[in-house]
Design a protein around this ligand. Structure first.
Ligand SMILES: *[C@@H]1O[C@H](CO)[C@@H](O)[C@H](O)[C@H]1NC(C)=O
Length: 277
């Protein structure tokens, strides 16, 4: 009994410790701190998984730099610090990441920002979201489509390549899109509207995928739009519009009939009493 209780306390302590130690503080750029070096922060952030509750610590010379948090990828890309979300300038700032999603940091010192003093981090929920049930159970007849077939997801030679690819297919609820691409070059942004699709608007995606191998389920009827955030790539034709049709109910029903059921049906059809006999 005593052993059980001690065991229980031990487990409880471990759980509590787990809770307290889970929020991490990352020193941006490690020993280099927050400074201008091309590619530094891209590589630095790529190897880490940031969770809600973690913090970033920026260490720098406050006389010539600051930490300007901006809202969009576009502001980040163009070092636009005109409408910041937040500005830190003590030279030793700790910024806690309170929401999931992308967080963009630049310096308002424009030349320094252009020289690479900018950071984007993707923050995920601290509790892993339980994976959705396997699609095959819900949609037994879903098909997998490899987007672009052998071209995969990359700038095509013909700018209408993906619209042709999509038009010659019929997508249904339950089907999957598989995006394969070089994650150093492209990503997959899902956007909401035809207008954003036409103008390759990357600022308010509904979902961002950048694993290089993404499976996207088509769970309801309607139109879905996919582009890439790489400048110029969407304009060159790396964009996909997919029309998802409702699951046609009659098809699965018919296909589900076993040979025996079909035999019974055949009996019914053949020996049904005819009214004009
Ligand atoms: C920007 O940074 C450079 C290099 O550290 C510095 O010489 C310059 O004074 C800074 N500009 C401003 C406006 O702080």
């Amino acid at each position: 009994m005593a052993t059980t209780r001690r065991m229980f306390c031990f487990v409880l302590v471990m759980v509590l410790m787990g809770c307290c130690c889970s929020a991490k503080i990352y020193k941006v750029g490690d020993s280099k701190g927050w400074t201008a070096k091309h590619g530094t922060y891209y590589d630095w952030a790529k190897r880490k998984e940031f969770q809600v509750g973690d913090s970033l610590m920026f260490q720098y010379d406050g006389n010539v730099n600051d930490v300007t948090q901006v809202s969009s990828r576009l502001e980040y890309q163009f070092c636009n610090s005109l409408s910041p979300k937040a500005v830190y300038n003590t030279g030793h700032d700790v910024v806690t990441l309170t929401e999931p999603g992308y967080h963009f940091f630049i310096t308002s010192n424009h030349s320094q920002c252009v020289a690479g003093q900018k950071l984007v981090v993707l923050v995920v929920h601290d509790h892993p979201i339980p994976p959705p049930p396997p699609p095959r159970k819900i949609f037994p007849f879903g098909k997998d489509y490899k987007v672009g077939d052998s071209n995969e997801w990359r700038v095509p030679e013909e700018s209408d390549f993906y619209s042709k690819w999509s038009e010659e297919k019929q997508f249904h609820v339950g089907d999957n899109l598989l995006f394969y691409y070089n994650d150093q070059v492209d990503d997959v942004l899902e956007i909401n509207s035809n207008l954003e699709f036409k103008s390759c608007e990357t600022t308010s995606p509904v979902a961002v995928h950048n694993a290089g191998q993404d499976l996207i389920r088509l769970t309801k009827p309607g139109v879905r739009y996919f582009i890439t955030s790489k400048i110029g790539h969407c304009e060159a034709g790396l964009k996909l519009r997919v029309e998802v049709r409702p699951l046609s109910k009659s098809v699965p029903k018919k296909m589900q009939l076993s040979p025996f059921d079909r035999f019974i049906n055949w009996l019914h059809e053949s020996f049904r009493p005819h009214p004009h006999h």
